[in-house]
Ligand binder design. Structure first.
Ligand code: FE
Length: 231
């Protein structure tokens, strides 16, 4: 399997490129508009054909490359079924399995950070990794104070859906601000300070008291991303 993790230093966003083999069909998760040339270079160097570009949710801190990649490669742009982005060419339902040339990803509805966030489990029959978007981060969780976020739903998505994956499932988040590149379900169960040993009401209390400033790009990024980054 081909697997590449890209980093956008401005928004600390991770983007993932997956393909079953060289010269084969590929998919990309959470691409950033400013890094489009880098993705296209990698796709070209590996002789891949991009067939799907997926956003886990409508991002507020960077502009998506979905539209640019669709223009450049003819790929299908895809989000979860509750997205308000009219521009996407396909939507996935909760539980649906995407198969790109043998790379199997199961979409799971994991609201909380936004009301339309999905996570994607790699190899759902024997899970190897999960792309969590911003609902579960490394030693953190995505904020729940805008875009119809809800700390109760975040708890439910993490504890009752993601934490039911096998302990050794690798966690690939949508962001990291400290240089961590991946984690695992067991690590986050045991070491995530917002979750480990906490009750739902304690978690909700933590999330309601984060008092974070709005992302600098929010007023630009959200409307742009509803148009696949091409508003
Ligand atoms: Fe986000």
């Amino acid at each position: 399997m081909i697997f590449r993790q890209f980093f956008d230093p401005v928004s600390s966003t991770y983007t993932y490129l997956l393909a079953s083999g060289r010269g084969r069909e590929a998919l990309i998760i959470d691409p950033v508009k400013e890094q489009t040339a880098q993705y296209l270079d990698a796709i070209d160097a590996l002789g891949l054909k991009l067939v799907r570009a997926i956003d886990t949710h409508t991002h507020a801190d960077h502009i998506t490359a979905l539209g640019e990649l669709r223009d450049a490669t003819g790929c299908v742009t895809l989000m979860g079924e509750y997205t308000k982005a009219q521009c996407v060419s396909a939507r996935v339902r909760d539980g649906e399995i995407l198969d790109v040339d043998g790379i199997r990803l199961q979409a799971i509805y994991t609201p909380g950070h936004t009301d339309e966030s999905f996570s994607f489990v790699l190899g759902p029959d024997a899970p190897r990794a999960v792309f969590t978007g911003d609902v579960l981060l490394i030693r953190g969780t995505g904020r729940t104070d805008f875009q119809a976020g809800d700390p109760h739903k975040s708890w439910d998505s993490i504890v009752n859906k993601l934490f039911r994956l096998p302990d050794d499932t690798v966690v690939y988040p949508g962001h990291d601000y400290k240089g961590w590149t991946s984690s695992s379900i067991i690590e986050e169960k045991q070491r995530n300070p917002r979750l480990a040993g906490k009750t739902e009401s304690q978690y909700v209390e933590i999330m309601r008291n984060l008092k974070l400033p709005n992302p600098k790009l929010m007023d630009i990024a959200v409307p742009a991303n509803l148009a696949c980054g091409q508003a």
